[in-house]
Structure formats: structure tokens, C-alpha cells
Design a protein. Sequence first.
Length: 326
Amino acid sequence: MDSPHGAAVKAEDFGLKGPRGWVFREIGIDAAPGSLIAVEGPSGSGRTCLLLALTGRMKPTRGHAEIDQHRLPKKMAAVRRIAALAHVPGVNDLDQALTVAEQLREGALLQRRYDAPVRALLRPRAERRARAAARIDEALAAAGLDLATLPKGERTSVRDLERLEAVRLSVAIALLGSPRLLALDDLDLKLSDTERTEAWALLRSIAARGTTVLAVCSEAPADAVVLRTSPKEPDAADAPEAPEAPVTVTPAAADRKITWGSAAKSAPEAETEAQAETEADADAGPDTAATAENDTENDTENDTENDTQNDDTKGTDDEVAEARRA
């Protein structure tokens, strides 16, 4: 496996803001190639997001960073080509159903398919297999993973690996592509003090070969370039807005009923309408008043005549009834 020149990592006022506020912000770093960088902080403080942003997998929203002179966020694709992820939960987990040998062959196949030059695909199959096997052996040696020490050798299932062995396997797969920047998450998770010391010794050896290493941890070693993340209080601009004052409904408005169609009018409304009609009659003049008087007399006469006719009809009906009884 080649020993690439590591990537310098620089950042100034680097930050990422999400829907719920700042994930991380005001990050500054200036690390030389081949450095061991530790992202230190409690769980939930944005450590993983910072790692993904520095490796071109997550777009920042504030400031800028430079990875081997590739400026973020404009050159995210270029950064992804030179940065490899080892163990990052939820991003590139190991397949628990595969054996160690199958996981390594899959990693080599993907690396050759996407990262190798096109002319490498034109080589004879036997040559390609031999090159892949040699690259796997070099990566395992750099990661410090001896397959002979595993319970079933290379046929050991990934799910049966110890925590430190799984870390070494993920590092070996990431080194297959000879990256300039190697990043891994939760390095010291579920490790004893002895295993934690071995894990940091592994990363130091990789950095000594020229690869820049970026590792997330809860406690950084003294010889690492440390980036610290911590939950911060929201700014005044990020504080939620005060709720609007509740609308007060008066009892009169609450008890008011709406009736569709005609409805009885209240006393004030009736008086107002009567006054309006009186004023309208006064303004109409004598002709209109006389017409109204004639209409009234005609109505009276019609009503009297109708009553007389009704009385005559009633008398006739009574006479007919008496004749029938006789």
C-alpha cells in the first residue's frame, strides 16, 4: 500500500446550522499534513457532523475550511476523493452478515470500481485478483489486524468480532484506497483503558506513515491536535418567538346566536325602524299621504262588504238546513 502525502486541514469560523439551531460553530484549526486530530466533546455536541463536514459529506452553512487546498463547501466532491471514512455508525457500518474475508473483498471491489483508473479494469482477471490480495494484506498490516488470531480466521463472521477488532477491520477497509485523510467516529466507545491505548497507538502509526487522521472521541490524548465541541446556548435571534396574546371573548359576543333567515327585532331596532318610516312619510308630501288615506278607506269598505256577503251566505245556509229537517 502506498504512503500518500497527508492532507492539511484548515478551518476558520466553521459552522453548521440546522432546523433546530447550531450543530457546531466557530470551529478553527490549522493542522499540518500527517497530523493526528481529535474531535473531543460529549455525545450530542455535533462531533460526528463536524467530522462529516470536514470530509466533504455534509455541507457547512458558515465559514470555510480547506482540506489539502480544496476549499469547502465549494469543493466537496474533491475532498471526498481524498478522504476515507473508517467506522462511522449509520454511514458505513460493517455488514454483520458477512465474514471478514467477504467484507475485505467487497471493500477492494468497490475501491477498484470507483477509485481506480479505468485502465485497471482492462487488466487480466488473475492480475487484478493478485493486486487486490496484495493491497488487502498491506491494509491489514497497517491496521494491525492478524486474521490468524481470529476464532475462525478469515471466515470469522463480522458480528463475532470484538470491538477493537471491528475498529481495525474498518480502518483496513478505509486504507485500501490510500486516502490522504482518514476519519473515524466514536474511537473510544466501549473500549477498556488498555484497548483505548492500543487504538490511539494504531492511529499514531497511520499518521506517522503520512496520512492525516481525524478521530472523534470523548477524551483526546495529549499529543493530538484537539477540536472541542460543546452544546451552546441559543442566540437571541434563535430563541423562539413569544406566543401571541389570547383573544378574549366577551360574554355578550359568546352568547350571541346567529339565525339564518328573518328574525324578531329587538326593541331598539323596532323603534329605529318606526321612526325611519314616520320620517319617510313626512318627507313624501300631501299626495303620498292622501294616497295612503284612500288605500285605508278602500281596505275598510272591502272588508265590510266581504263581511256582509259572508253573513248573507250564512243565513241562506240556515234556511236550507231547516227545510230539510221539516
